[in-house]
Design a binder for this molecule. Structure first.
Ligand SMILES: [Fe+2]
Length: 252
């Protein structure tokens, strides 16, 4: 496809100007969006799994629902508000918001790929029954999103991300069920997380869900995973667990 990225970027800036960029929650999502778009471009280019412009557009629009979510509910927690991926996809594909970003650049098949990727980007598991090209767009976007989550975990105080006190973080144990996910090299279901440090381990377990080798390479070279593994704890068992993870996380 031939996409006018300049026009998409201008439309995105215009869209988000309707929200309060002084609100750190909004700022976070604006920065996240542009970084994820860049990562999608890089993964698509390296793998050849999808059109690079379309992959970049998936990144630019994947979290568009976040802005309405925080305006309507004041939170990014889907469980207590709305599924932000579904909200974004509904706004784009049912209510015509997509036309504001890429009016002339998209074929019906591009639109289908974009919608599949956006609807599935935050699910625990991707919908069954997608086509190979839909799967590729989903995988690229999900990998890019996960890679940037590592950065957000380092650039934003953990107290703010997880809504807990410093004290609670420092004394936190790690649940056995969450440790088992790490041992089994799998993502952590939301319902398994009990303690503040469980959330950090769960985010680290996203490494195991990266689909493309280049995504692992990028995640590793960015260094945020290592920084997350330097989690400061006063709990001896948690300290030992983090040093165990440091040794094992990149094993194949
Ligand atoms: Fe998202």
């Amino acid at each position: 496809m031939k996409l006018n990225r300049y026009a998409v970027t201008a439309a995105f800036e215009d869209y988000v100007s309707g929200y309060n960029a002084a609100d750190p929650k909004i700022r976070l999502k604006i920065d996240h969006t542009t970084r994820v778009a860049g990562l999608c471009d890089r993964i698509a280019e390296a793998t050849g799994a999808a059109d690079v412009d379309l992959a970049w557009l998936c990144g630019m629009l994947h979290d568009i629902g976040r802005f309405e979510q925080v305006r309507r509910y004041g939170t990014f927690v889907d469980a207590v508000s709305v599924d932000h991926a579904a909200l974004g996809a509904d706004l784009l594909f049912k209510e015509g918001l997509l036309n504001r970003f890429a009016p002339d650049d998209l074929t019906p098949s591009d639109r289908a790929l974009l919608e599949a990727a956006i609807r599935n980007h935050s699910r625990y598991r991707i919908d069954a029954g997608l086509s190979e090209s839909e799967m590729a767009c989903c995988h690229i976007l999900r990998d890019a999103d996960k890679i940037d989550i590592f950065r957000v975990n380092c650039d934003t105080p953990l107290e703010d991300i997880y809504n807990v006190t410093t004290e609670a973080l420092r004394v936190s144990p790690v649940s056995e069920a969450v440790k088992d996910c790490f041992r089994n090299r799998t993502a952590v279901l939301r319902s398994l997380k009990q303690y503040p440090a469980d959330y950090v381990v769960a985010h680290l377990c996203l490494v195991f869900e990266l689909v493309y080798p280049v995504s692992r390479t990028i995640a590793r070279e960015q260094g945020y995973v290592e920084r997350m593994l330097g989690f400061q704890s006063d709990n001896e068992a948690t300290k030992a667990w983090f040093s165990h993870m440091r040794e094992r996380i990149w094993e194949q």
